[in-house]
Write a protein that binds this ligand. Structure first.
Ligand SMILES: [Zn+2]
Length: 235
């Protein structure tokens, strides 16, 4: 890939096409505003070194799927993205999308361990949780509604069987189900416990087998209680 612009700032190196210079500068501020919270959450204390590369040249972006105006991926250096500024995606969407890829990088290289087998639902759930992509679901009630909408027929799914090898992950509602599982675990466990689980390949795989079923039961019982109370109060 060729990049006309290069911005170096502390441990962050940004490469971009000339049309994306302003976008890259703005993203840099966004990054600094959000990165400490993410590092604290993941208990990363050492300085992180990151390369972020942004291109608007479709012919160079062989990782682009379909016609999306934003497509990102990560590797051992950092995060990369194809960006089409006048496409349908908003700037906020793309900033969060870039943070999503950065979180994949941080999780793999600073928290989980690169030698371990990647567990897609954990990785995708965590990236959505910490990037702010699902911030509209922060309220308990909003999350509950989201669970009900998405878990209707899917509670028997073994999450470990969802993977990224083809596009079926997105088609099988993989992103939403991954978010639901990770958010549920995050809300249920103490932060130290949650972080410990995120590092434990064996336990994660065992959790992945039945967690959606547990969540389904949890929310259905809660619903039953709520209905029960409503009925009692109405007497
Ligand atoms: Zn991802």
């Amino acid at each position: 890939m060729t990049f006309e612009e290069k911005i170096v700032d502390k441990n962050l190196t940004l490469y971009c096409s000339s049309n994306l210079k302003l976008f890259a500068d703005e993203f840099k501020s966004y990054f600094y505003k959000n990165i400490n919270k993410i590092k604290n959450f993941l208990d990363i204390t050492e300085p992180i070194e990151l390369v972020i590369a942004l291109t608007d040249k479709k012919e160079e972006a062989d990782f682009v799927y379909g016609q999306s105006s934003f497509s990102g991926y990560f590797n051992d250096k950092g995060a990369f993205a194809y960006i089409q500024l006048n496409g349908k995606k908003t700037k906020e969407y793309m900033f969060k999308g870039l943070m999503h890829e950065i979180i994949h990088h941080l999780y793999k290289y600073y928290v989980y361990g690169e030698e371990k087998e990647r567990i897609t639902w954990v990785d995708e759930g965590l990236a959505q949780l910490l990037s702010g992509q699902k911030d509209s679901l922060q309220e308990k009630q909003a999350f509950k509604n989201f669970v009900k909408e998405n878990l209707k027929e899917d509670s028997d799914i073994n999450l470990n069987e969802l993977n990224h090898n083809d596009r079926s992950f997105g088609n099988q509602n993989g992103y939403n189900l991954s978010y639901i599982a990770i958010r549920y675990l995050h809300d249920k466990l103490k932060s130290k416990e949650f972080l410990k689980l995120l590092q434990d390949e064996k336990r994660l795989k065992s959790v992945g087998k039945g967690i959606l079923k547990e969540i389904n039961i949890y929310y259905n019982f809660e619903t039953a209680n709520v209905i029960d109370n409503v009925v009692k109060k109405s007497r």
